[in-house]
Design a protein around this ligand. Sequence first.
Ligand code: DGT
Ligand code: MG
Length: 242
Amino acid sequence: SLTISKGAVEFKNVSFHYPESDVPVLRDLSFSVQPGETLAILGSTGSGKTSLFQLVPRLYDVTEGEVLVDGKNVMNYPIEKLRKGIGVVPQEAVLFTGSITENIGWGKEDATSDEIISAAVDAQIHETVEKLPNQYDTRVGQRGVNLSGGQKQRLSIARALVRKPKILMLDDSTSALDLKTEGKLLKALRTYSCTTFIITQKISTAMEADHILLLDDGTVEAWGTHEELLNTSPLYVKIVQS
Ligand code: DGT
Ligand code: MG
């Protein structure tokens, strides 16, 4: 039926402008990602990375072209079923006033304590939680403990992982992590075998991906592996050297 079963994603001649504007922010994007593959999305600020992301769980709808998940247009999925299969970690981590457990389990109220902890371990936040005054019962958000940007990011990743998504979308979610922690996180993510979109500024992260999409002003400047892009994209070479 109409649930995401594998996690293949295809963009077919996708263009997009926000509803309140007629300036296109994405123009004629075409690419596809197979189930379980990782796609790294690079591009300067304002190049359209977050806009591209939002089209998969239908936070916005394309203005031209099609986004397909498992070969079916996203418009044809009941939106709840579509979003259930996609774990989106937004650029700005959002915490709710409540316990760590409630924050990780948000949107998946039937999550068991083991599932919560396992997601926290994989998101590389478990050790931090263990050191908090009341561990998983510690309150965060208003009048709760203060967490660093990187800790919030990892809680937000745990929230996506606990749902065991077929498609995981990380919007610059590892920007505040040191390389060692990020390496452990990426290794843990591989055990989920989900299709992963990862917006990043770091070449070290992009190098690990199956594909790199380099966006420039809303268009595909380059597509390929790290080695391919070194040979085909002067802009990519410039980023690597910077
Ligand atoms: P970042 O996060 O600073 O690295 O930049 P990106 O690559 O995520 O860029 P994105 O997709 O947020 O913005 C692409 C263009 O779309 C940029 O010109 C700003 C514009 N834009 C972003 N969000 C909105 C919105 O909600 N409404 C309108 N009208 N324009 C938006
Ligand atoms: Mg963005």
